[in-house]
Design a protein around this ligand. Structure first.
Ligand code: C2E
Ligand code: CA
Ligand code: CA
Length: 689
């Protein structure tokens, strides 16, 4: 038995000196039995484990002739460490009940001790990690009931009134963002014993503030493979969520008036159409355009214009019912959706109220101003039953109201021409403008954030009308877009831009990328690819020096076709930029698959940087997001030193804006480029670059 067992056997006499010590392991351990005979257990440099490390207690047990079990002491081993020995013994008496000594077994438990110690240390490490980390650690039993929480993160997340997690299942707690369907999808994952990542949960804390938690977990099994529950981590992701919500808000609201913008209005309108279809409701869409706004803007300045727009939006909000939806479409255009109106008289009353609210005088910069509104109305479902036609008809009716002397309203009628007189006049003069070569191009520099070198240039269309002077592209491009005139004009702009870029290179200027804006009509034009190929060939411009700027909404209009066109453009070797990024944010994920090179952050995001620290956080979030998608990130609309300093500390790649250069004539740009290149050279030679 002794040979087989790894234990030792020992005997001691009445003075507790060994008389015997045997066992296989004694030899293996290099313990020479003979050395032990005639010695006591405490004669070999050992130290009892536990208590105070003295042998007194053990000696007292022996003296009292008591049996003992699993008495543990440690002893120096030949390797310079400690061996742990566990001893069990009992007293021996002869027939006359006289004490003879002890006998018993001993066992080397060093390995076991080491494993215990390793476990203890790793647990201590784990505990201190969870204590220090801002995440929280949780466990659930095999019925998905919470059994424990640890980590500082857990305080904020769990110490909330009404939220006693332990013993509860996740779906028994009041989360704001989870529907029954979403929970059952989550439960299916758990029932399949799958790990899950970043489940986002939202609820309110004691002060009524939203807390967002991101939870990940994995199943636990015992040695035999039996499912024991889940464990995982949770993280307070409120800050990120808030930034996201804010971006969503900005993408859906007008920065100036805080009213919903076109994007949100169009979502709400399509929702209203769906619901009205189902319940047979009627509603009206009112297009409102201020009549003398441009005059005020031009004479008193943009700040005055802004004050006026804010005041008008305030008055309109006051005038309308809270169930009505109002949005600012841009410029001085507003739109209102009035629900549950049966008769035109009801809508008429609303239109009159709006006109009355707008016409009240307003004092700006000490001047009393008065504006009026022209309103066009289309009714669902009488005039149209889809979003686009409803908007278009209201727009057409509004133009009629303008033509009929302004400060009035018009209901849409089938006979109304989609092209108002004003528009027709504009259109025909645009057509003539192209023939008379009244269009020319301006060029605006893009600079590398770090070096300040000019790396690119954006081409912007200009129309100098013989009487009106310079007309803004925001005014005439939508009209050219509608009539299709944008296609030939755009083709001309593209060809001119490519030729100009080559001409600059011939002057010995450093190569820059030339960026051409594309509108939807051009983008979906059959001949676009041919036009690009022609422009490249005729000018001899390297394709990688040509870039196109498109907007998200444009691409999303027909994502399928857009994907095909974009792929074909990439094949030509040109670069692609998403312009005005930040509006229509939800489609971000889609952008990835279009192999876009550059993202240009919309100007609105940096406009109020100086006043609004939240805007700073959002700008940073957008730039970071772009970088994480491996995009080249450009920020446009940089007007002040303050904005530039802020951006300089960030991660964007390029900057563009009035601060560096306005859009300028081609020869002015050549001069700018020359000076920029020269200053780059000085910077390099003086070691500043
Ligand atoms: P965009 O593509 O977003 O062009 C940038 C606009 O911002 C330009 O207005 C530019 O002059 C202006 N801008 C540049 N830096 C600053 C700045 O620091 N502060 C401010 N407040 N504005 C700045 P622009 O030239 O009036 O053009 C307006 C829009 O018209 C363009 O917006 C673009 O969508 C369109 N557009 C212009 N040229 C063309 C063209 O050749 N083809 C097409 N399809 N669209 C064009
Ligand atoms: Ca652009
Ligand atoms: Ca832009």
């Amino acid at each position: 038995m002794l040979e087989l067992s790894s234990d030792w056997y020992w005997e001691q006499d009445e003075n507790c000196l060994f008389t015997q010590a045997t066992g296989t392991s004694t030899e293996q351990m290099g313990v020479i039995t003979q050395q032990y005979v005639g010695t006591a257990r405490w004669d070999h440099g050992g130290i009892p484990v536990g208590d105070d490390g003295s042998w007194d207690k053990h000696k007292a047990v022996l003296k009292a002739r008591q049996p003992f079990a699993n008495f543990i002491f440690k002893r120096p081993n030949p390797e310079g460490g400690w061996s742990y020995i566990s001893v069990t013994g009992k007293p021996v008496f002869d027939e006359q009940e006289r004490f003879q000594g002890y006998r018993g077994t001993a066992r080397d438990i060093t390995e076991q001790k080491r494993a215990e110690e390793a476990l203890r240390q790793s647990e201590a490490r784990f505990r201190s990690l969870t204590r220090l980390s801002s995440d929280l650690y949780w466990e659930q039993d095999d019925h998905y009931r919470f059994t424990s929480f640890a980590g500082t993160g857990s305080e904020r997340v769990t110490n909330v009134r009404g939220f006693n997690f332990v013993g509860k299942k996740h779906w028994e707690l009041d989360y704001l963002n989870m529907s029954a369907v979403e929970w059952s999808a989550h439960m299916a994952i758990l029932d399949a014993r799958q790990p899950f990542h970043d489940l986002e949960l939202c609820r309110l804390d004691e002060s009524g503030k939203k807390i967002w938690i991101g939870v990940s977990g994995e199943p636990m099994f015992d040695e035999t493979g039996v499912f024991k529950g889940y464990r995982g981590v949770g993280k307070d992701i409120s800050a990120r969520k808030q930034a996201e919500e804010r971006i969503q808000y900005l993408a859906h609201h007008d920065g100036l008036t805080a009213l919903p913008n076109r994007t949100l209005f169009s979502e709400l309108l399509s929702l209203a159409i769906r619901q009205s279809k189902r319940y047979g409701h009627k509603f009206a869409v009112l297009f409102i355009d201020l009549d003398r706004f441009k005059l005020i803007n031009d004479t008193l300045g943009h700040d005055a214009g802004d004050v006026l727009l804010r005041e008008v939006s305030r008055r309109l909000t006051e005038t309308l019912r809270s169930s009505d939806v109002m949005a600012r479409l841009g410029g001085d255009e507003f739109v209102v959706m009035v629900h549950e109106v049966g008769a035109p008289q009801q809508v008429e009353a609303v239109a009159r109220k709006i006109m009355a609210a707008v016409i009240k005088p307003i004092t700006i910069q000490g001047q009393e101003c008065r504006v009026t509104a022209s309103i066009g109305i289309s009714m669902y479902p009488a005039d149209a039953d889809d979003e686009q036609s409803l908007m278009k008809n209201a727009d057409t009716a509004m133009y009629c109201a303008k033509e009929e002397g302004k400060n009035t309203f018009r209901f849409y009628t089938g006979g109304m021409s989609a092209h108002s007189f004003e528009r027709l006049a504009m259109e025909s003069s645009l057509r003539r403008a192209f023939e008379r070569e009244e269009f020319h191009l301006h060029y605006q520099a893009k600079l590398n954030r770090k070096s300040g070198a000019i790396t690119g240039v954006e081409v912007l269309l200009r129309w100098s009308h013989p009487e009106l002077g310079l007309v803004s592209p925001t005014q005439f491009i939508p009209i050219m877009e509608e009539s299709g005139l944008i296609v030939p004009v755009g083709r001309w702009a593209l060809g001119t831009a490519c030729a100009q870029n080559v001409a600059w290179q011939r002057l010995g200027l450093p190569p820059v990328t030339v960026a051409v804006n594309l509108s939807a009509r051009q983008f979906f034009d059959q001949n676009l690819l041919q036009d690009i190929a022609d422009a490249l060939e005729e000018s001899g411009l390297a394709p990688e020096l040509l870039e196109f700027e498109l907007t998200e909404t444009m691409v999303m209009k027909n994502a399928e076709r857009a994907a095909t066109v974009l792929a074909a453009m990439k094949k030509l070797g040109v670069r692609l930029t998403i312009d005005d990024f930040g509006i229509g944010f939800a489609s971000l994920a889609n952008l990835k698959r279009f192999s876009v090179d550059t993202m240009k952050v919309d100007r609105s995001f940096i406009r109020d940087l100086s006043q609004d620290s939240e805007d700073r956080a959002i700008t940073q979030a957008i730039v970071t997001m772009g970088k994480s998608l491996q995009l080249n990130v450009v920020v446009e609309g940089v007007e002040t030193e303050e904005q530039m300093t802020f951006l300089q500390s960030g991660a964007c790649d390029e900057m563009q804006g009035f601060y560096f250069s306005h859009p300028i004539e081609s020869d002015q740009f050549a001069e700018l480029l020359r000076r920029n290149a020269a200053s780059q050279l000085t910077a390099i030679s003086s070691g500043r670059a």
